[in-house]
Design a protein around this ligand. Structure first.
Ligand code: UT7
Length: 349
């Protein structure tokens, strides 16, 4: 049975860099607070009208495909992870297929937020292993800037997120020990609402946090969006940051150790850990807990903020471009986020 190898990586971030100080024009926040709590110095925002989740994905994909030594017409399956699609439906997979003039291949959209890319990689890995596909494009792309609450009310969320895209091409390899060694996927929906965007949605109001759920029953089911939803911030991402933080620092090390144990490896064997870029403090906690050196962990949240499904492939590509990942190296990808969902992948480059 073939293993899947990452044959090419690419990433794209918009030109527009937005500093922490820039955000103070819209909300009560400060460079000091943001850097101290998250490590973020700046993030990129896509052009309001000319750039979308799909157009950014196209740019990242072009690079990954070229580096894999193939053309868009060679791609035989797309797996696209995003929480900020161009349309509520259809998903971005078909838009990418159209934009890149690919053949009439399968296109699958993944909705697993921060873990989306690792989930997508795992799905693609299964198709390669069974021999069904030979060139799979796996993408994570996000345009968060279109839908954040930039008032002080939404500051705990809006200062964190940024826009960007990352992509890889998966191909089969028969080289002994090379490629994706294993992937590990998890979920726990018990606290689904504490990091969520509720609308548009078909949810029952009783699941929403009390402060946001105070609704006129007659309105429910009658409309997709209402002024009331906007007034109550139900159309923006909502997050109980400290609760997410507490869970993340447990699940990140757990799912990384699960991957290592499954392959009879230890943290010392990791060449580079690419954690989802949620918060520099979380990544530092994970590093310490696993006893990893600075060289063993790659972070770039300082420049791009949290780009959700795009953060792992962007960081992976940047680390590779910086020469930090070479043939034979052991790369660990790990993510945790909304759902909750969390996941890891261990790759022998
Ligand atoms: O990628 C998806 C997964 N997401 C995560 O993993 C995020 C996990 N959580 C976090 O990263 C952190 O919880 C945050 C960065 C979101 C927040 O940091 P925190 O240290 O947990 O702060 P907090 O939410 O406990 O808020 C502390 C204070 C509050 O004020 P009071 O009540 O102490 O007066 C907040 O209102 O900081 C205030 N605050 C802010 N102040 C300035 C919240 N956001 C901001 C802000 N600027 N942007």
């Amino acid at each position: 049975m073939p293993q899947s190898k990452i044959a090419g990586t690419g990433f794209y971030v918009p030109q527009n860099a937005v500093s922490n100080n820039d955000l103070t024009k819209y909300m009560d926040t400060s460079d000091e607070w943001i850097q101290e709590r998250t490590g973020i110095k700046e993030r990129r925002y896509a052009h309001r009208t000319n750039e979308t989740t799909t157009t950014m994905a196209v740019e990242a994909s072009k690079i990954a495909i070229e580096r894999a030594g193939i053309t868009p017409q060679d791609i035989d399956f797309i797996v696209f992870a995003t929480l900020s699609p161009d349309y509520y439906f259809p998903g971005c997979g078909v838009l990418l297929q159209r934009a890149m003039q690919m053949k009439e291949i399968g296109a699958l959209d993944i909705r697993n937020q921060c873990s989306g890319f690792v989930y997508a990689l795992s799905v693609a890995d299964q198709f390669i292993k069974t021999g069904m596909y030979k060139n799979i494009l796996v993408v994570g792309s996000e345009k968060h800037s279109f839908g954040l609450d930039f008032s002080t009310r939404g500051r705990n969320v809006s200062v964190i997120f940024g826009d960007g895209a990352g992509a890889v091409v998966l191909q089969p390899t028969t080289k002994e020990g090379q490629g994706i060694l294993s992937t590990h996927l998890h979920s726990d929906g018990e606290s689904a609402e504490i990091l969520a965007m509720y609308n548009p949605g078909t949810h029952a109001n009783h699941w929403l946090p009390q402060k946001l759920a105070d609704f006129d029953e007659a309105e429910i089911g009658e409309m997709f969006f209402s002024h009331d939803m906007i007034d109550k911030a139900q159309v923006f991402p909502n997050m109980d940051g400290p609760a997410v933080f507490k869970k993340a620092v447990v699940k990140f090390p757990e799912v990384i150790m699960e991957a290592l144990t499954a392959n009879n490896l230890t943290p010392a064997d990791i060449t580079v850990l690419i954690p989802h870029q949620a918060n520099l403090r979380i990544a530092e906690f994970v590093q310490k807990k696993l006893g990893l050196s600075n060289e063993q962990v790659y972070n770039n949240i300082q420049k791009y903020g949290n780009t959700t499904a795009a953060s792992v492939p962007i960081a992976l590509c940047e680390a590779w471009e910086a020469g930090k990942i070479k043939e034979g190296d052991l790369v660990c990808l790990a993510a945790f986020g909304s759902g909750f969902t969390w996941a890891s992948a261990l790759v022998r480059w």
